[in-house]
Structure formats: structure tokens, C-alpha cells
Design a binder for this molecule. Structure first.
Ligand SMILES: [Zn+2]
Length: 385
């Protein structure tokens, strides 16, 4: 989901990354805590060191919150792509939706419960340690406990994409048995919540003149735009019903071997098609990337003889690969959330490329499905990717 993310390794078998914006979060919290500590105990290097440790501690507890979601998700049969820290905290990149309301509820509650437990745990440590390690360390521990309490409570606000929205979704799902309806309700609630946060932040910023309002404005913007995306996905899933990837994909796509030179591609029959983008495959026929005419045009004329297509191609992003048996709505979800996705590569059980779905294929499938027409026109030639 996020570009510009560096890997921090693995925790409990789950990949962990940090987006560059998490540096800003670290800096901001060091500044906020440091200014407050310096106000009480005087400006010294020691006070700023304690503030920096507190900020790192906060990011570590944010990570623990996300890892709790991910570990419970994995235990409930949902694959986890990775956990990423960014400007507004952490996100767990789950690969699929929970399969029942009970799993949905467990995954949603795991994060806030972890934050709550951390809040009490850290407060307990603060009580035990007392002023033995210095007054500023005690203040830092109490701050860390309070931040985790706020984190747990804020995340329980009932609107998607916050954890409370997921809880709401799970409860409506359990009561009605309708996952799509539940997801749409949670997303609508998230839209209202995001709007309310934006207004609150705006009031704090403009009327009261408190710069902390920026934080609420950012959060409100994030919550409402995520809720809108989730609403779009819910609508898409409703429209696409049980259509599979195989029903919509164009079979026998014109694929370009990664080992070809750019000159090979320019001399191949591919130039006689009207495609903008071609899937690039390895020697086993598995899709590894995409290459467009724009990518090719960027290669200087003399270099085209030697430049390999595999080196020019852009790697296939996560979510751009779908099994032919997969629900089209699941595959399409990734396309909606990632506007930079050129094509979805349909693969067989061995991971070999057997078809391609473009954005216009998706749009067409939605329209035809909404009109109760067969998703694929019988007259559509099978060679048009
Ligand atoms: Zn959470």
C-alpha cells in the first residue's frame, strides 16, 4: 500500500516495515515530550534523551498494537502481507477478509486490548520504579501509559477503518449474516466520524488557535478517505457477486519474456497490437512485472539493443496477481485501493500467467453484472488483452 517503506525485519514471522513519514512521527513526539519535560526540569541533554526514548517506546507500542492484529489474523486463517509504521501510527496489510464474524471481531479487538494492557503494564512499571530512575523518567513512563490508553480508546471509535469500525462491522455481520451490508454500514459510520474529526480539528486550529488541531484534521482526512475507499469496495463486491477472475480475464495475453532485449520486443508481433501495457514473464511463464510503451520510450535509442525487458519492466505490485479461481471482487479490491495498478495478472495453480484483466475489463464487468448480462460478451475476441 505504501511506497517508500523500508524493511525492519520480522517479528513472530510477520514482516515489519517503516514508511519514511514515521520519522516525522518520531521527531514530533520527541519534540512534544521533550518540551514538556524541559519545562519542568530544565533544558538538558539528559531530558531530551529521555524524550527520545519515550518516542521510540511509543512507536514500539504502536507496532505491538498492529502485530496483535496480525498475529490474531494469521491464527484465524487470514494471510498477513506485513505491518507498516507510518505518519499516523501503524497499519496491518491483510491479504483477505476474515471468513466469519467471530474472526472479524477477534482481529479487531486484539489491537485495542493490547494497547490497553500496555497502558496498565507501563503504569505498573512506573509505580514500581517511582523516582528511582529520576523524575523525568517517571514522567515519561506515565506519558507512555497515557498515550496507550488514548490509543486504545481512540481506536475503539465506531467507524471504519478504525478498530471500532471493524468491531461494529463484526457485530452487524453476526446479527444480520450479511457481511457486505455490515461493511457498508461501518464505512458510512467511518465517513461521519472522519468528518466530525475534521470539524473538531478545524475548530481547534482556527477558533482556539491550538496547532495540535492539525493532528485531528489529518486523522479526520485519513478516516474519511479510507471510509470512502471501503464504501467503494463494498459496492464493487456487491456488484460483482460470485464472478471469478477466470470469467472476465482475457486468455492468451501477449506476454513479453523478461530475457528479451527491448529491440526483440520492438521486432515482435506485440507492436501490432493496440495494448498500452504488457505483462512480463520469467522463463517458467510466471508474471514478474509490467512494461508499457512509456517505459520503452524512456530508453535511449543506442541502449535498446542491449537493455533487457526484465530490467526496464516495473515489478508487479502486491495484489496485481490473482488466481483464476479467486473472486473477481477480491482481486478488484486491490485495483480500487491502488490506482497505479495497470493490470491484474491471472495465474494458474503453478503461478503461470494465463490471462490479464485491465481496468476497462473491470468496469465492463461491473456494468454488465449490474444489468444482469453475462459478464463476458460471447462475441468478444479472446486475443484482445
Ligand atoms: Zn488497531
Amino acid at each position: 500500500m505504501l511506497r517508500g517503506t523500508i524493511s525492519l525485519g520480522q517479528v513472530a514471522g510477520i514482516k515489519v516495515g517503516a514508511h519514511w513519514t514515521s520519522i516525522a512521527t518520531l521527531g514530533l513526539f520527541t519534540l512534544l515530550l521533550g518540551r514538556s519535560l524541559a519545562g519542568s526540569y530544565g533544558n538538558s541533554a539528559g531530558v531530551w534523551l529521555v524524550a527520545a526514548v519515550g518516542a521510540v517506546g511509543l512507536l514500539a507500542t504502536l507496532l505491538a498494537h498492529e502485530l496483535a492484529h496480525s498475529i490474531v489474523a494469521r491464527r484465524n486463517g487470514v494471510r498477513v502481507e506485513r505491518v507498516v509504521l507510518w505518519l499516523l501510527g501503524g497499519v496491518s496489510e491483510l491479504d483477505a477478509e476474515p471468513k466469519d464474524a467471530r474472526s472479524d471481531l477477534r482481529i479487531a479487538l486484539a489491537g485495542p486490548l493490547t494497547s490497553l494492557a500496555l497502558a496498565f503494564g507501563i503504569f505498573g512499571v512506573a509505580v514500581l520504579v517511582g523516582t528511582a530512575a529520576g523524575q523525568s523518567v517517571l514522567d515519561m513512563l506515565v506519558w507512555l501509559a497515557a498515550m496507550n490508553l488514548v490509543l486504545a480508546l481512540f481506536n475503539l471509535l465506531p467507524g471504519a477503518p478504525l478498530d471500532g469500525g471493524r468491531v461494529l462491522r463484526a457485530l452487524i455481520w453476526r446479527r444480520t449474516g450479511d457481511q457486505l451490508y455490515a461493511a457498508a454500514m461501518a464505512a458510512r459510520s467511518g465517513r461521519v466520524l472522519g468528518f466530525a474529526l475534521l470539524i473538531l480539528g478545524g475548530v481547534e486550529l482556527i477558533l482556539i488557535g491550538n496547532t495540535g488541531g492539525i493532528w485531528l484534521v489529518l486523522l479526520g482526512w485519513f478516516v474519511s478517505s479510507s471510509a470512502n475507499a471501503e464504501l467503494a469496495v463494498a459496492g464493487l463486491r456487491h456488484q460483482l457477486g460470485d464472478i471469478r477472475v477466470r470469467d472476465v480475464m482475457t486468455q492468451h495475453p501477449v506476454a513479453v519474456p523478461a530475457a528479451w532485449s527491448v529491440a526483440d520486443l520492438l521486432g515482435s508481433p506485440a507492436i501490432h497490437t493496440d495494448h498500452q501495457v504488457f505483462p512480463v514473464v520469467d522463463t517458467a511463464g510466471r508474471p514478474v512485472g509490467v512494461v508499457s510503451w512509456t517505459d520503452i520510450a524512456a530508453i535511449a535509442l543506442p541502449a535498446r539493443e542491449t537493455a533487457l525487458v526484465g530490467a526496464v519492466a516495473r515489478p508487479l505490485p502486491a495484489g496485481a496477481r490473482a488466481n483464476e479461481d479467486e473472486l473477481l471482487s477480491t482481486a478488484a479490491t486491490h485495483a480500487v485501493l491502488r490506482p497505479d495498478l495497470d493490470i491484474i495478472a491471472a495465474v494458474d495453480s503453478l503461478g503461470r500467467l494465463i490471462g490479464v484483466i485491465t481496468a476497462s475489463d473491470l468496469t465492463l464487468a461491473c456494468h454488465r453484472s449490474a444489468l444482469n448480462l453475462p459478464v463476458r460478451s460471447a462475441r468478444r475476441p479472446s486475443t484482445r488483452p
